[in-house]
Design a protein around this ligand. Structure first.
Ligand code: PEP
Ligand code: MG
Length: 613
């Protein structure tokens, strides 16, 4: 998603009538970050920047300056402590977002590189404390931003955290007051140049109608916080503060990114309708949580969640998922210099399995390599030589079979967690039945070893399944089905390998089409191979979370979908409006086609019918 500011050209002024002094309706487009409609008076509040010109000190002032810095640190720690004590009144999601952030702030106010560097600059460069803090923070932020990492948003966030602490220290060093958000009147739309995550934490979602700012993007902490708080918000709206007048009426749409200042009658009416529709939709989706995913003719569909990091667990519970259909374990191996051992893995799996309270958890063993983050190369996971074409090289299950100690530790941790709740194991990037056989031999050997040690391993080992995400696996699905206990169709990689289109390469993104007949035929072949043996088969790629594709997937015989938790309510809504025999008929029609464009048309028009129903 774009995180830069929206184009200023998107500001459109619509003169009401030539009435001279009357304020005009202005439409500004920013980045939609938290859905919902807000209608209310503007309350603009800007924070005076701290006056902190670059300053040098005399040699004799070094100790006093370091003391001044120490005092600002103590004050900043107190302020963060106060914010922490507010956490318990925030919604759970907001707490989950803010707590680690505040912990990171507290760490930066301890024996951190920022403070060590600032003290050094006071001593060596004879800089005033605020100048030293700002210089050091900028130096650190530059290093962070120069890192080679595909997660640009993550790097921006980390650099932002350092700058935020520097900003707080500078305000405290210069005794510049922080803005107070307490006086924002009830029902108002808060308009500001910028909002920090700490500011966002002070907002009361029950009182504030919406938030619109000039700065900020969709992936920052502030955006995540606003989403978690459920406050309709638009960030990065260029030209906003210049045009907004306190007390004037405004309308904000957090789903489209539009902010209308001084809306005319038409815009106001439209916003009121959208507000009512949004409220109805929200109530409907919330009600769906407790309703079963069952078609109109009584066919049950299992809806599960994909999990990338444990922080998503509360979302899974809220979405009403019936278990985890794909636990990507790569998170355990990222951003560290050593390998997580069996105990560390056991602790992570235990947390997840216990949180799922009896619902099944499908744990996919490490899927390393290819386009996946290679950050841990230093840890020795990745081969020293990834080959000329990493997507086709030593990755996924191939890598694990070459490094069986990785697989053994993971199997052992999963087998040990099995007594805490139902688990299954999933093998990534299978191409060959022999690979599944080899993995199973290792699996059974690990189970025997654990039993010899007296570990309570279940008599019937948890099921061992295969990802169907290569054309080879799909076309050999009948043979692989004899070796595996279940299939999970990974449509993301299946589309990539079938069409020879890198899923992460924007230059060829227009060719990446999971609805391409070649992909659909492979899915159909694999699904039928599983169904003939009455073997469970699910779809866990992005296709599984698209409500428009539900009729096709059900029609192909799929009865289990695993997706991003947030997609579950809409997919469930689609399922509850469908009849299985209609879906089967529809799938037959689609599968008769060989033109990708015709398939797109068919599927999308069916999806639209579904959305209107
Ligand atoms: C897939 O390839 O569809 C899949 C679910 O796995 P991942 O996205 O983790 O590669
Ligand atoms: Mg995959």
């Amino acid at each position: 998603m774009k995180t830069d500011k929206a184009d200023t050209k998107s500001i459109a002024e619509t003169p009401r009538k030539a009435t001279g002094r009357k304020p005009r309706e202005i439409v500004i487009r920013g980045i939609p970050v938290a859905p919902g409609i807000a209608i209310g008076p503007v309350y603009d509040t800007s924070e005076e920047p701290a006056e902190a010109p670059r300053r040098r000190i005399a040699e004799g002032q070094v100790e006093a300056e370091k003391q001044r810095l120490a005092e600002a640190v103590t004050l900043s720690r107190k302020q963060i402590g106060k914010l922490k004590s507010r956490l318990s009144v925030l919604p759970e999601e907001a707490q989950e977002e803010l707590e680690p952030l505040l912990d990171a702030y507290v760490m930066m106010l301890g024996n951190s590189r920022l403070l060590r560097g600032a003290r050094k600059r006071i001593e060596a460069e004879l800089l005033a404390a605020e100048t030293a803090v700002q210089d050091e923070a900028e130096a650190i932020a530059t290093i962070i931003l120069a890192q080679k990492d595909d997660d640009r948003a993550g790097l921006n966030r980390r650099a932002g955290e350092v700058r935020e602490i520097a900003r707080r220290l500078t305000r405290n060093l210069t005794a510049t007051p922080f803005r107070s958000l307490k006086e924002v009147p009830e029902g108002a739309i808060l308009v500001a140049e910028e909002l920090t995550p700490a500011d966002a934490a002070l907002l009361d979602p029950a009182r504030i109608a919406g938030v619109a700012t000039e700065e900020g993007g969709a992936d920052g902490h502030t955006a995540i916080m606003l989403r978690a708080l459920g406050i309709p918000s638009v960030l990065g709206a260029s030209g906003l503060t210049e045009s907004a007048v306190r007390g004037d009426q405004a309308v904000l749409d957090g789903s489209t990114g539009f902010v209308v200042l001084r809306p005319g009658e038409k815009a106001l009416e439209k916003a009121k309708d959208s507000l009512a529709a949004f409220a109805r939709e929200r109530t409907k989706l919330a009600k769906l949580r407790r309703l079963p995913a069952v078609t109109t003719d009584g066919e049950h569909v299992e809806l599960q969640a994909n999990l990338e990091i444990p922080a998503e667990l509360p979302l899974i519970a809220q979405a009403g998922a019936q278990g985890i259909g794909l636990l990507r374990t790569e998170f355990l191996f990222m951003n560290r210099e050593d390998l997580p051992d069996e105990e560390a893995q056991l602790a992570a799996y235990t947390q997840i399995v216990e949180a799922m309270a009896g619902d099944p958890v499908t744990i996919r063993v490490l899927d390393w390599g290819g386009e996946k983050d290679m950050e841990a190369q230093a840890s020795g996971i990745a081969p020293t030589h990834a080959g000329p074409n990493p997507a086709l090289g030593l990755r996924g299950l191939r890598l694990l079979l070459k490094r069986p100690e990785l697989l053994e530790a993971q199997f052992a941790a999963i087998l040990r967690v099995a007594e805490r709740g139902p688990v299954r194991i999933l093998l990534p990037l299978v191409t060959n039945p022999a690979e599944v056989r080899e993995a199973r031999e290792i699996y059974e050997r690990v189970a025997r070893r654990l039993r010899r040690k007296g570990v309570g391993v279940p008599e019937k080992l948890p099921d061992l399944g295969a990802m169907i995400e290569t054309p080879g696996a799909a076309l050999a699905a009948d043979a692989i089905a004899l070796e595996a206990d279940f299939f999970a169709i990974g449509t993301n990689d299946l589309a990539m390998y079938t069409l020879a289109v890198d899923r992460a390469e924007s230059e060829v993104a227009h060719l990446y089409d999971p609805l391409h007949p070649a992909v659909l035929r492979l899915m159909q072949f694999a699904t039928e191979a599983a169904l003939r043996l009455r073997m469970p088969v699910s779809v866990c790629g992005e296709m599984g979370g698209n409500p428009r594709l539900v009729p096709l997937l059900l029609g192909l015989g799929i009865r289990c979908l695993s997706m991003n938790a947030s997609a579950i309510p809409r997919v469930k809504q689609a399922i509850r409006s469908l009849d299985i025999s209609d879906c089967a008929r529809f799938a037959r029609r689609v599968m008769e086609q060989s033109d990708p464009e015709r398939i797109q048309e068919l599927v999308m028009s069916q999806g639209q019918v579904l959305e209107k129903s």
